[in-house]
Design a protein around this ligand. Structure first.
Ligand code: NDP
Length: 260
């Protein structure tokens, strides 16, 4: 199916790795222009440069920390100018904080909310004027199943995720007709899990370790997800073909969610 993305322009944060990179790759393969950011400009360029681009799709890549509102405004303005506007944004940049609530400092709590809430508000506020000029504007917030199914060793991250899910619903009504949706992830095989595997030092291969992890967490499909398995629903929600979907969330967790 033609998703109607060719010639449109989308901003993706955290595009040098994992879900963000897979999303940028899919958009470029569909002929969409991509504005991409991450903090490490060298890693961003190295990740994006080899990606195939269909039909003259262009890339605008810049170093930008989503915690810095001025930097986000400059990134979005530069992207819109370079790419001829913006049709959508993907709030993807981030990480999670592994720490029980009792061991989480107040500074860490604030950092979690800065990353999950304020970084999203920075991008939304900067992009809104450009999105209002699009005939098919869309925002996708990359979130986690933790937003509805908290884990005690991820207390601050779970709470901040829940706040983002709630905020996404408000944005879907306040920003309409800009569509605003969430994709809620389970355990996805990206840099985050590779780093945890390396620091765990179990002596197992990554494949053995990740299979044990999926089993221990009760993932119905018995494996971690792949970044491109998240990118497809993100791109589908960005697409004009999803024109009557807003305020919704899609779980991409291989059946790890326990709620109905
Ligand atoms: P990766 O670690 O693979 O990639 C993270 C990306 O975000 C990198 O490009 C990184 O680049 C960028 N980034 C991180 N912090 C910032 C920042 N402050 N400003 C700009 N860019 C930043 O992560 P994933 O692909 O796994 O995760 C993508 C999103 O999905 C994240 O929000 C994550 O929390 C969420 N998620 C992931 C899950 C998983 O199992 N993988 C589960 C649930 C949610 P750089 O470091 O150069 O800035």
């Amino acid at each position: 199916m033609d998703l109607g993305l060719a010639g449109r322009a989308y901003a993706v944060t955290g595009a040098s790795s994992g879900v963000g990179l897979a999303t940028a790759a899919l958009l470029l393969a569909d002929g969409a222009h991509v504005a991409a950011c991450a903090r490490d400009a060298g890693r961003l360029a190295a990740a994006l440069d080899p990606l195939p681009r269909a039909g003259g799709a262009r890339v605008y890549a810049r170093s930008c920390d989503v915690l810095d509102g001025d930097a986000v405004t400059a990134f979005v303005g530069g992207a819109a100018e370079a790419l001829g506007g913006l049709d959508g944004v993907v709030n993807n940049a981030g990480r999670s904080l592994m720490a029980p609530v009792g061991e989480t400092t107040e500074a860490q709590w604030r950092e979690e909310f800065e990353l999950k809430i304020f970084s999203v508000l920075h991008l939304v506020h900067a992009a809104e004027p450009y999105l209002r000029r699009s005939d098919a504007p869309a925002i996708v917030n990359v979130n986690a199943i933790l937003s509805r199914q908290p884990e005690s060793r991820l207390g601050a991250t779970s709470a901040a995720r829940a706040a983002l899910l709630n905020l996404t619903k408000t944005l879907s009504s306040d920003l309409a007709p800009i569509r605003v949706n969430s994709v809620c992830l389970g355990l996805i095989d990206t840099g985050q899990w590779r780093r945890r595997y390396e620091s765990a030092g179990t002596g197992l291969s990554y494949e053995e370790w990740s299979a044990e992890l999926a089993a221990a967490r009760g993932v119905a499909l018995g494996r971690l997800g792949r970044a491109e398995e998240v990118a497809h629903p993100i791109v589908a929600l960005l697409s004009p073909r999803a024109s009557y979907i807003t305020g919704s969330s899609i779980d991409v967790g291989g059946g790890v969610a326990r709620y109905v």
